[in-house]
Design a protein around this ligand. Structure first.
Ligand SMILES: Cc1cc2nc3c(=O)[nH]c(=O)nc-3n(C[C@H](O)[C@H](O)[C@H](O)COP(=O)(O)O)c2cc1C
Length: 180
């Protein structure tokens, strides 16, 4: 697939087949995705992969993990549905700094670029990705070992897919462009 077609045709995938994804395939895609730009080549991203039995255990433990969180915030049924329907979940972290907001933006930006690389490469292999910004915050992030100087860039639900959703048309760049 050429770059232009890859970018235009990639879609967020939220419905997956039952086929398991080999861990090595995910790691291979990640190793290519790490060629994303990163300020001073810091590469502060880190990943947690949840699949197979650890995903089943997470589903079992979810009520306990979110016991102290209000039902409106916890949205346990929604989280259970999303986690159960994915074959694997890759949580991406980036470093943050409480004193230096620019550092946090740089690291979030770099990890976001890595995620887009990952999405494009995965899509090319038939592996669908949905970037979830709300799935693994707070207690969920603590449960999987987020460090004090990290934030969640995104939780990527993964799985092979049969159906490609329609493209949501984009607003033209010209209409967003000011020639100064
Ligand atoms: C930072 C970010 C956060 C997102 N969070 C969510 C999310 O929480 N839940 C979800 O279903 N999709 C999420 N998405 C996916 C977008 O909804 C999706 O990219 C958008 O609808 C355009 O569709 P496309 O990716 O197929 O072009 C997120 C995307 C980005 C870039």
């Amino acid at each position: 697939v050429n770059l232009k077609e890859g970018i235009i045709n990639r879609r967020t995938i939220r419905t997956y087949t039952d086929q398991e994804i080999k861990r090595n395939d995910i790691i291979d895609i990640l190793n290519h995705a790490t060629y994303a730009p990163t300020h001073k080549t810091r590469q502060t991203w880190r990943f947690v992969l949840i699949d197979g039995r650890s995903k089943d255990k997470l589903l079992n433990d979810l009520d306990m993990i979110l016991a102290d969180v209000s039902p409106e915030e916890a949205r346990i049924d929604y989280k259970k549905k999303v986690i159960a329907s994915a074959r694997a979940i890759l949580v991406v972290f980036n470093e943050k700094s409480d004193d230096d907001p620019i550092y946090t933006l740089e690291e979030y930006g770099a990890a976001s670029a890595l995620i887009q690389n990952f999405q494009l490469l995965a899509f090319e292999k038939g592996i669908g990705v949905c970037w979830k910004s709300h799935l693994f915050l707070g207690k969920m992030a603590t449960h999987i070992g987020i460090k004090e100087n990290e934030m969640v860039t995104g939780a990527l639900t993964l799985g092979y897919f049969d159906v490609i959703p329609n493209t949501k048309e984009r607003i033209s760049a010209e209409s967003k462009l000011t020639i100064f």
